[in-house]
Design a protein around this ligand. Sequence first.
Ligand SMILES: Cc1ncc(COP(=O)(O)O)c(C=O)c1O
Length: 481
Amino acid sequence: MRTRMGALTLGRLLGEQWRSAGPTYLGLAGRLRALVLDGRLPLDVRVPSERQLAEQLHLSRTTVTAAYDHLREDGFLRSRQGSGSWTAVPGGVRPTGGAIAPATSSELAGDVIDLAAATLPADGVAVRAAYEAALLELPRHLPGVGYDAAGVPEARRAVAEAFEARGLRTDPSQVVVTSGAVSAWALLLRVLVQPGDRVVVEQPTYPNALEAARRAGARLVPAPLGDLDEPSWDLDAWRAVLRQSAPTLGYVLPDCHNPTGAVMGAAQRAELVAAADAVGTTLVVDETLVDLRLDGRAPEPPLASFSDSVVTVGGVSKSAWAGLRLGWVRAPRDLADRLVEARLSWDLGTAVLGQLALAHLLRDPDREAHAQARRDEVRVRRDVLEVALRRELPAWRWRTPQGGLSLWAELDHRSSSSMAEMAGAHGLRLAAGPRFGVDGALERYLRLPFVVPADRVDEAVRRLAGLAAAAADQRPTRLVV
Ligand SMILES: Cc1ncc(COP(=O)(O)O)c(C=O)c1O
């Protein structure tokens, strides 16, 4: 069943600016097209009838009919007698996105700068010390069989203590140690989602989480994050999506959102959780980037502090090193038990040595100092990137990220996919905007990670500006690369 968007909600999304330039029907059609391309108006959504929209916008019905006709001709709207009209993309191209793969050594050979991945090298001192301590402890575990699908007790306790330190009562029995946050999310999908179930996600969001949900057979339902002028979560739209599609699961990144770096405030957290609880949607919050808050403000309360039904996944890939391949789920006890059971036919658990290292990393008395040093380094890289972008690409727009490892730039032309396709020839690696959306939207956006060492940023942005100029006139041959 297609979701519907009411005239009131669409009127709010449209805003008023489109009324100011040129013929009204063209302004309306152009604004609707931009909303589809930006993913704020998802694909396959039934739009209000011409009469309803005309009433809402105080326009004549002929004007709305002309705008809809125009969109139909361009392929952004499709209609069938008796079924109304729904949003589409030209040619019916429905890209499937795909996970972002780490660069291979051959891709990085010959001086290519990687702006596709948003990840850092290890905090070498902390990681080495954690493994050294873990090696000393390993002999205690060798008399055991080494299988423990929930995780070794030390690691579960250390994760629970880390939640407690943030004010969230957590029993170790609620914790399952996994091979990273994505693996935790995939395990949750395996247990909670049947093929065809709906999963609501932010648009934009982390591509690899999207791909995990697709592979679990989920039907992805996008909910907008707001735009550059209104960067917080659009909770009216979230409420409408939740009410209309009652998704089984929701996947959210309120803590240093990937790709925008936005942080959700406490009041919005309470509202979002209440809206999800009201329709029985289980929210899964991915806190992978929570330690990378860059604006120096006090941390927001964890999303799980608003309801016992919220499930949290997290890990140390961004704060310490992705090479650890360690993460966790914090869930209500009965769900944690189901996750453990599901692992018995999947991976049977996580390597013991790494889990012992994880416990040390989390209990390291210098943990906060290490995290602060990493934030300081990342902040410098972010600031240098912003200066270079303002100089080389002054027409691009973005919000300074409150945290995380990337900014989300709105381009001055619609060629994110073309840029990604052509990046190699300009010595770059890029992930196109549509990767971060559900259905091929977000073509005017590009995620720019600030993980490149500060002394390489100027060169990276110079190449980006050259590439942007070359790609400006291209139409993408595919919507996703
Ligand atoms: C939001 C988010 N979740 C999860 C991950 C990956 O986490 P892990 O390495 O723990 O699987 C990333 C990495 O970019 C991410 O940005």
